[in-house]
Design a binder for this molecule. Sequence first.
Ligand SMILES: *[C@@H]1O[C@H](CO)[C@@H](O)[C@H](O)[C@H]1NC(C)=O
Ligand SMILES: *[C@@H]1O[C@H](CO)[C@@H](O)[C@H](O)[C@H]1NC(C)=O
Ligand SMILES: *[C@@H]1O[C@H](CO)[C@@H](O)[C@H](O)[C@H]1NC(C)=O
Ligand SMILES: *[C@@H]1O[C@H](CO)[C@@H](O)[C@H](O)[C@H]1NC(C)=O
Length: 303
Amino acid sequence: MTKNLFFLFFFIIIIFLQSPPRIQSQRIPRNISIFILAGQSNMAGRGGVYNDTATNTTVWDGVIPLECRPNPSILRLTAKLKWEVAKEPLHVDIDVNKTNGIGPGMPFADRLFYRFGQVGLVPCSIGGTKLSQWQKGEYLYEETVRRAKAAVASSGGGSYRGILWYQGESDTVDMVDASVYKKRLVKFFSDLRSDLEQPNLPIVQVALATGAGPYLDAVRKAQLKTDLENVYCVDAMGLPLEPDGLHLTTSSQVLLGQMLAKTFVDIPNSAKTTVPLYLPLLVSSLCSLYYLIFFEVLRHTFL
Ligand SMILES: *[C@@H]1O[C@H](CO)[C@@H](O)[C@H](O)[C@H]1NC(C)=O
Ligand SMILES: *[C@@H]1O[C@H](CO)[C@@H](O)[C@H](O)[C@H]1NC(C)=O
Ligand SMILES: *[C@@H]1O[C@H](CO)[C@@H](O)[C@H](O)[C@H]1NC(C)=O
Ligand SMILES: *[C@@H]1O[C@H](CO)[C@@H](O)[C@H](O)[C@H]1NC(C)=O
């Protein structure tokens, strides 16, 4: 009996040492790698959002896949410009008039954090917005610049790593919007890079899977051929959709996030590691070894 109690006691001590209680809720980042998430609903995330017929409102089903689980190495800049451990829905306090669900941000970061040590996501997307609303001088543009600068100012020596952009569904309705999409996009990307003082900041955008109107092909063509240096495109066409026919499902968003991550790491010099790759592996194997030895010793001492 006492042997078992001893065992339990040691076990609790070890658990305690492994995860000391956290006092402050705001995380202070160290050399964080910052990614800006901008666009409309499919970047904000509608995976798992459905119409609840009983209440006639849209609700999120709350299903969080493994790839989207919180991770202490993945932070999120809140609407109040504080860093916190990121959790779904990432845009909950940003796209406030809509019901947010799963988007591509978490599965993207899940594929990258071990390369950087710490990843900081800066959600800026608003559902139903047109590209004209993202031009320099407009509210969404200025808000994105403000949030991005606040992110870097509180990043503990960190830096911008890239921009993820998924927008354009609302520009497929009007022929003029669709025909000037490329021109507006090049201006938006160039202005944003210049205001962040990062003339060559990698941008990975998504070519539309769906559109609200008839000019989907015109917008997709602009996205697939943006002709700007260090701007890459991932095609979402064909990914499974929610019943509304406009939004990617939760599993489509996981896949999209992983496609974005793959494209990002393939960009030359984009993912230079601040922490050697073998370090997390070494630490985790040392921990396992330590546990094994510890329990062996306990077994011989008490049993
Ligand atoms: C950030 O990284 C630089 C070099 O990469 C290092 O000198 C500095 O101490 C780091 N800062 C923090 C807060 O870890
Ligand atoms: C919810 O219903 C409205 C109309 O009743 C429809 O326009 C919308 O696409 C539906 N949303 C989802 C997520 O199914
Ligand atoms: C549900 O809400 C929509 C608008 O949000 C409205 O047009 C529709 O009539 C409502 N349906 C019911 C059954 O109340
Ligand atoms: C939400 O709706 C309010 C009231 O219509 C509006 O003032 C505000 O700008 C909207 N916010 C966003 C992020 O869409």
